[in-house]
Design a protein around this ligand. Structure first.
Ligand code: OFO
Length: 169
């Protein structure tokens, strides 16, 4: 049985992952309305990833005999200043999520919850990838600096992204 303190922290992390899903859905909408459907596709696939992150925690908590307590999902940003702004917000958000996962890991270590420590390692690794992707795309959109040809190339590349549930590839 998991402790009440860790149960609360996992429920909060589920909320943060669902909030991430909502944020990326808003970013997808921004790019769809700017006729960059490929970049919008990237964010759309990201929403599926975030849903997966939330559900993985959800299923784990149930397996541990914990209680799921879903909370209100905060609204996402809906106005973006520029394409660069979207990617800056993406990187900042992923850094925030990394911090949150690390804090959860610290709590699990402190409580000697070996199962949770082992489970969270997947998220620690995943966050390395999340930050690296956000950082690479931010650098590229800055290089493109509004150049139409560069933007269309990035759009074409990101249109290829599909969602593959981790563990099934
Ligand atoms: Fe769930 O990693 Fe992004 O937010």
């Amino acid at each position: 049985m998991i402790s009440k303190k860790l149960q609360d922290a996992i429920n909060l992390q589920i909320n943060k992952e669902l909030h991430s899903e909502y944020i990326y859905l808003s970013m997808a909408a921004y790019f769809y309305s700017n006729d960059l459907d490929g970049i919008a596709n990237f964010f759309s696939v990201q929403t599926q990833e975030e849903h997966f992150h939330a559900m993985k925690l959800f299923n784990y908590l149930l397996e541990r005999g914990g209680k799921i307590e879903l909370k209100t999902i905060e609204g996402p940003p809906i106005d973006f200043k520029s394409h660069v702004d979207v990617f800056e917000q993406t990187l900042a958000h992923e850094q925030y999520i990394t911090k949150s996962i690390n804090e959860l890991m610290d709590m699990a270590i402190k409580e000697n919850d070996h199962s949770l420590v082992s489970f969270l390692k997947w998220y620690v690794d995943e966050q390395v990838e999340e930050e690296a992707t956000a950082s690479r795309l931010l650098a590229r959109i800055k290089i493109i600096n509004g150049n139409g040809q560069g933007l269309l190339m990035m759009d074409a590349e990101l249109s290829q992204r599909t969602f593959t549930p981790p563990g099934s590839e």
